[in-house]
Unconditional design. Structure first.
Length: 358
């Protein structure tokens, strides 16, 4: 409370801090809702404390993209609140385990609407899934022509370059895998994970024929706000980067249409799949570029879907093995879900091609 109050007083002119509440649904950064009073008017803002180790160039990229989207009439992402000096973020020294470290903070407009879901919830209404597909299409259209400012950019590689690197830490994880339920499940499936990584390939000559643009990188139901069946806010652009549009769509399909229920866990729901893809394509028809899914994107959709699921699985694996005292049961659910989905996608390539319209 005191640290946030000091940051607000020193760097902003938003008034008096009345209250603060931590938002506990995030996994990566730490976020708070703050209530400020100025001229007898009370306003809400979102305060973000970026994860330790976040590179400054990545924050510059994220913020530049948000400014670009809003200038391009994509108003569903909250605007940044600039400091009195005009900068979009605060850089301070904090103590972490007795050591001085650099941390970054930023303040955003507060988007009203319902936080109805986490990334694991797929019981959305048809209207909510339709709206989510339409909004992702609008985001991709607005993101075009974004010029990356000097000194900014996401450090993470493009997905098809990133994928082969997943295996690098796995041997180290395997050496201590037997101590936990997650570790044992990982060890049991590691060889199959590596085999599927090796066979999930799209040639560069095919990739260059696909739309390549700024993507959200974490477009799931937990990063959206809803009102009466419509998406009214798109949050958390800290994983945004320049990559293939198809990767962003495939990630969204993983999030919006994968079943988590025990009987059907690890399967994709065809109705949800077709609703999301159909709404995305319909919304794209009114835009000259990037347009609806191309024939090349459809051809390699099953492969990119496999890559997207491996991406999410890799996040869970790395997060578990590098965290301090991770919750074994919590991560076991993530491991189990994405491993089942990995095998389902691997065994249903022809079906997925039919669904996407090949």
């Amino acid at each position: 409370m005191k640290l946030i109050n000091d940051i607000l007083k020193k760097n902003y002119r938003l008034g008096k801090l009345l209250d603060i509440e931590e938002i506990l649904t995030g996994y990566y950064n730490q976020s708070f809702t703050v209530w400020m009073e100025k001229n007898k008017f009370i306003s809400k803002f979102l305060v973000r404390r970026y994860r330790l180790g976040t590179a400054e160039q990545e924050i510059k990229f994220e913020h530049a993209l948000i400014y670009h989207l809003r200038k391009s009439e994509f108003k569903l992402t909250p605007d940044l609140i600039p400091q009195t000096n005009g900068n979009s973020y605060v850089k301070i020294q904090e103590l972490d385990k007795g050591k001085s470290v650099v941390r970054f903070w930023a303040i955003f407009e507060f988007v009203e609407g319902e936080n109805r879901y986490t990334w694991m919830d797929t019981d959305l209404s048809d209207a909510e899934i339709t709206s989510a597909g339409q909004v992702l299409s609008q985001l991709h259209c607005a993101a075009q022509n974004f010029l990356i400012p000097p000194g900014s950019g996401r450090l993470q590689l493009k997905i098809m370059d990133f994928l082969p690197t997943f295996q690098l830490p796995y041997s180290k994880f395997a050496n201590r895998a037997g101590k936990t339920k997650c570790g044992r499940l990982f060890l049991k499936n590691m060889d199959n994970i590596l085999a599927i990584i090796r066979k999930t390939i799209i040639s560069k000559s095919d990739l260059i024929k696909m739309p390549f643009l700024p993507i959200h990188g974490d477009y799931h139901q937990g990063n959206l706000k809803y009102k009466k069946g419509r998406v009214v806010g798109v949050l958390d652009f800290d994983w945004a980067k320049i990559d293939f549009r198809l990767f962003d769509i495939a990630l969204a399909v993983i999030y919006f249409s994968a079943n988590w229920e025990k009987k059907r866990a690890g399967n994709l729901d065809r109705d949800k799949f077709e609703t999301f893809i159909g709404s995305y394509n319909t919304a794209c028809r009114s835009a000259e570029s990037p347009g609806h899914l191309t024939s090349m994107e459809k051809k390699f959709f099953p492969s990119m879907l496999a890559a997207a699921n491996l991406f999410v699985l890799h996040w869970a694996i790395v997060d578990f093995f590098t965290a301090v005292n991770p919750n074994d049961d919590e991560y076991l659910e993530y491991f189990d879900h994405n491993l089942k989905l990995m095998y389902w996608v691997e065994n249903h390539q022809r079906l997925l091609a039919d669904w996407i319209g090949l």
